[in-house]
Ligand binder design. Sequence first.
Ligand code: ASP
Ligand code: MG
Length: 424
Amino acid sequence: MRHINKVYKFGGASVKDAGAVRNLLHILENEDCSDLLLVISAMGKTTNAIEKALKDFRDNDGHLEINALESLMDYHEKIMLDLFDGNSQHPVFESVANMFLDLYDNLQATGYGYDYQYDQTVSFGEMLSTTIISAFLNDNGIKNRLLDAREYIITDHNFRSANVDFDESRLRVEKLNENHDGTMLIAQGFIAASSKPEVTTTLGREGSDYTAAIFANLLDVKEMSVWKDVDGVRNADPKRFPKTEKIKHLTYSEATELTFYGATVLHPKTMKPLQNKNIPLKVRCFLDSKLEPTVIDGSEEFINYVPSFIVKDNQVLVTIRPRDYSFMNEQNLGILFGMLNELNIHANMIQTSALNLSICFDENAHKLNALIASVEQSFEVRYNAGLQLFTVRHYKEGVENEFIKEKKVFVEQRSRSTVQIVLG
Ligand code: ASP
Ligand code: MG
């Protein structure tokens, strides 16, 4: 029996224009595709563009003309004209035009809650990219079958950050192996569906890595690769630090830590489904597929971590103190942590003292105001916005100083392996 053994994920940057899609074709021409499932994101910055369109439609109660979508339509059409040699009679043009009409309808439906409408609209990015790429690959010798991820990845109704129902998804995904005839499969990243009622959901921004890991887990594959424009995982973002080093081998836990602290190379949820089945994850370079990838797996061999530097911008540091000057004791902490949970505020760093609780989280005026409103009767809240959270994993004495320089240190925390500093 044939079995799907590999999952490859290609993100937005790797399919951002016709040249990039041709590059994808060349990569696949050098691979055995008969046991491969491809997971693909929306092209380039499409998700941001639909987010922006959604805001415009909502600001105008849905009363915008379809030409509000013009630049996004032009962008996809230009790619298609290039890929299909100017032949607009190709059936893919009609499919894509219909998707845009459908997207337009969904953008006009502003009577729904934001999160719901977000998932119904933003999901078109992946539907467009996979439709175009599947047709192009089929025309160019890489025969493939296009799946609708919403028939396989089943979630709850937590729109914009839906939780996967692994049992239901497993029942569906396993069928792919039962029916596999050696034709490469393509699925959308990021998008999923709830059951009862069946509506589109999404897994959170940059969630395509996570989709690929879910498929990898449920299909019990031998390896997963994420194809990026970098040559693997580096110990810092080369756009921010002059000298960086490639990390050749990482454990799942170390990769999870790095992404938790803000390394954007992978989605933080990617590792767990892989770790559970011990599936190695390779971070490969789509600009040069011969470069040695970073390998992430469960083995502790040859691990010798250099310090890794991670910067998270746009942080707010909130300091909360009981108005009656009681201690920041377990009872107060219980109340405040309950509130963070309720408001879906994810703390990037927490520090307590006798009278204060300090929490650092991603700036979000709406959440900050809701937090203040809900605790201000009993607690005094002060905050500083526009800060940076700087984390060094596996630090050595003094390595953080060069980055801190003249910046003001608000809070600092050190464990044996990690130092975290809130800077302004
Ligand atoms: N297209 C989605 C986003 O930009 C998902 C992804 O790229 O992973 O967030
Ligand atoms: Mg992306």
